[in-house]
Design a protein around this ligand. Structure first.
Ligand code: IMP
Ligand code: MG
Length: 180
């Protein structure tokens, strides 16, 4: 894969992300009864930093599990087919489940994962995505909570990659190609 030259422009600061997570966790705590242990499911790999910050802010009895989904096809165009590469370790039947994703783009990934998890009859299933690009949506899907709506830009950082790089940036940045 040939990599085009690019720079990263800061878009959402680490401080803004932390403040947003604090507000969202207030709503999430109210949605799930505190006397029932919550199962927090992260979609690998992009959600790993978001889920780490979320569960520490939730500050209640919970389990963490992971699922990995992948689209087929080349790197620029979603093939609209989603495969489960790694399934949950635990059972979710009758449990309260919060699914955590980095970005909702076309919507295929999260809607497919939710479809699969719903078939396992959880008591309550809710979804949260840090970022949403509503302009890119191809399937009718809306997460229950969104951190930030963003325009149709390619973003990195805070767990999110470009060709596996930049996941470790503490903020969300926008990729700007310099060969345009
Ligand atoms: P969807 O199935 O099109 O909604 O795909 C969502 C997935 O595409 C996310 O989980 C990301 O892995 C990836 N993705 C979408 N937009 C971006 C982006 O701007 N930067 C990095 N990955 C992205
Ligand atoms: Mg992803």
């Amino acid at each position: 894969m040939t990599q085009r030259p690019y720079v990263i422009d800061r878009m959402i600061s680490a401080k803004a992300i932390a403040a947003r997570i604090e507000a969202l966790c207030g709503e999430i705590r109210r949605e799930f009864p505190s006397d029932q242990r919550l199962v927090v499911v992260g979609l690998l790999r992009g959600s790993f930093i978001f889920i780490a910050d979320l569960v520490r802010e939730l500050d209640r009895d919970l389990e963490v599990d992971f699922i990995e989904a992948s689209s087929y096809g080349n790197s620029t165009e979603s093939s609209r087919e989603v495969r489960i590469l790694k399934d949950l370790r635990g059972e979710i039947e009758g449990r309260n489940v919060l699914v955590v994703e980095d970005i909702v783009d076309t919507g295929y990934t999260l809607s497919h994962v939710i479809h699969i998890l719903k078939a396992r009859n959880p008591a309550k299933l809710r979804t949260i995505a840090l970022l949403d690009k509503p302009a890119r949506r191809e399937v009718d899907f809306k997460a229950d909570w969104i951190g930030f709506d963003i325009p149709d830009e390619f973003v990195v950082g805070y767990g999110i990659d470009y060709a596996q790089s930049n996941r470790n940036l503490p903020y969300i940045g926008k990729v700007r190609f310099t060969d345009d």
